[in-house]
Design a protein around this ligand. Structure first.
Ligand code: GLU
Length: 465
């Protein structure tokens, strides 16, 4: 069917989770159906829109790998098309000039108690209009909304939606300074860009009937609409800054990998219908089905994001992880060989949710600990500990063949001979070696950092603790 879809952000801030999900679903739909994915920058609000936000949004899109197919379209550069369309509409008689002043409208509102436009200029004769035009009176332009019946559309996600025309007044399409309103620019752009499917947030459902009336007034094909469910915070309220980080940039800064974030975003309002939720982008494209997107709001669950992110990291080749790390932490591991860094990544990648976490938690591979987890010390470093650790040091000192297997055997026999429990021995040794009691297999850590460093660290702990 070769659809053409677009993501239409307003550049008033960085790309947030909700926008990224909308962009992703457009992208998936286009790639799945051999279509095109475009970006339109909705920057008609000149005060709030900034080029730097457009640049940031595009950078985040590129980082995520959501590549678009044609040059960016900027609404601010399309004024002529909007003017021309307004002109066409005036000629066709589907819109009319309204010279009602604010005072006159306020008065009517007070009388009727209704905010709907009371149709004052709807069927005025040409003489009245000419008189006002000659006087140079300001006017807005309003759509001649049909009075009878209603407007319906079949939303790909929400099904049939209808609104009675009695609920849609003759809304303004151009303000008194001639500038077009949002609903008009949106329709003109989607038409001119050849958009076949409008995939956007559910908050735009209420605009859709008005936009359809405009397509019809212009005799243009109406695109198919798909309104995506809201993204909610854990309290089931619409996701916002209150809930913590919502910007794509902050996830990037925290070292999340784009594949993982995309995978998680794809599950906000959709699922592949199978158990397997960890997917590469090409698998997601293969499985994606826009008509299976849920209506119900999707809760943004950071724990699930971290889980998915950790699984992605564990599946990544070490060399990609290393180059990812070097992008966020230039000097990481440069004091050691690449083999050593690979060893660290092997041990840590299945234990970290992001590259930043991996970096943060791997300091002890490169540096002897100078600080020790106090809580763990209180629990595991007892009066008789130095004696025991001292004996272990002696045993390790005489170990010739230093690898995780021999280390495990040696420590095991030490425990058995002395009738020590595993925790009693391993926790203080781990504390001495790493400064913390969390981490992967201690024998593997010891093999990696080597005999000299291991003995040195134990000695240091014995001298200082
Ligand atoms: N600029 C609108 C928004 O950010 C997009 C509307 C649309 O996609 O039609 O919500």
């Amino acid at each position: 069917m070769n659809p053409r879809v677009r993501f239409a952000p307003s550049p008033t801030g960085q790309l947030h989770i909700g926008g990224a999900r909308t962009a992703l679903f457009n992208y998936l739909f286009a790639r799945k159906n051999n279509g095109q994915f475009l970006i339109r920058i909705e920057d008609t609000d000149l005060e709030r829109s900034k080029q730097e936000f457009t640049d940031q949004i595009c950078e985040s899109m590129t980082w995520l790998g959501l590549t678009w197919d044609e040059d960016l379209v900027y609404q601010s550069r399309r004024t002529d098309s909007y003017k021309e369309t307004i002109h066409l509409l005036l000629q066709s008689g589907n819109v009319y000039r309204c010279f009602a002043t604010k005072e006159a409208l306020d008065k009517k509102r007070e009388e009727t108690g209704s905010y709907s436009y009371p149709g004052i200029w709807r069927d005025r004769n040409q003489t009245d209009i000419d008189t006002e035009l000659e006087k140079g009176s300001p006017f807005t332009i309003r759509l001649n909304t049909p009075e009878e019946g209603g407007t319906s559309f079949n939303d790909m996600i929400h099904g049939d939606i209808s609104v009675a025309h009695s609920e849609i007044d003759d809304f303004i399409i151009a303000r008194s300074d001639g500038s077009p309103v949002y609903n008009l620019t949106n329709v003109v752009d989607d038409h001119d860009m050849g958009i076949t499917h409008v995939i956007r947030g559910e908050d735009h459902i209420s605009n859709t009937p008005k936009q359809i009336l405009l397509y019809q007034a212009l005799n243009w094909d109406v695109p198919t609409f798909a309104h995506l469910p809201m993204i909610l915070g854990h309290d089931k309220k619409r996701l916002s800054k209150r809930h913590g980080a919502t910007g794509v940039q902050s996830y990037r800064d925290e070292g999340y990998q784009p594949e993982a974030l995309l995978n998680y975003l794809s599950l906000l309002g959709w699922n592949p219908g199978t158990e397997e939720e960890v997917m590469s982008i090409s698998e997601i494209i293969k499985k994606f089905d826009l008509s299976k997107v849920h209506k119900k709001g999707a809760v943004f669950d950071e724990k699930k994001l971290n889980w998915i992110s950790g699984l992605h990291l564990a599946l990544q080749p070490n060399k990609d992880i290393l180059s990812g790390i070097r992008k966020i932490s230039v000097g990481w591991g440069t004091t050691k060989s690449n083999d050593f860094c690979n060893g660290v990544i092997d041990l840590m990648k299945s234990r970290s949710k992001s590259l930043v976490e991996l970096v943060d938690q791997s300091d002890y591979y490169f540096n002897d600990p100078i600080e020790f987890d106090e809580k763990a010390l209180r629990k595991s470093w007892k009066e008789d500990t130095p004696n025991m650790v001292g004996s272990i040091k002696q045993v390790l000192d005489s170990l010739e063949d230093w690898n995780s297997d021999t280390l495990q055997e040696t420590m095991k026999s030490f425990m058995e001979e002395n009738d020590f429990g595993f925790g009693k021995v391993m926790k203080p040794v781990r504390l001495a070696l790493c400064g913390t009691i969390n981490g992967p297999s201690l024998f593997s850590i010891m093999e990696l950092i080597g005999k000299d460093a291991s003995i040195r660290r134990i000695k240091h702990a014995l001298d200082h603790l």
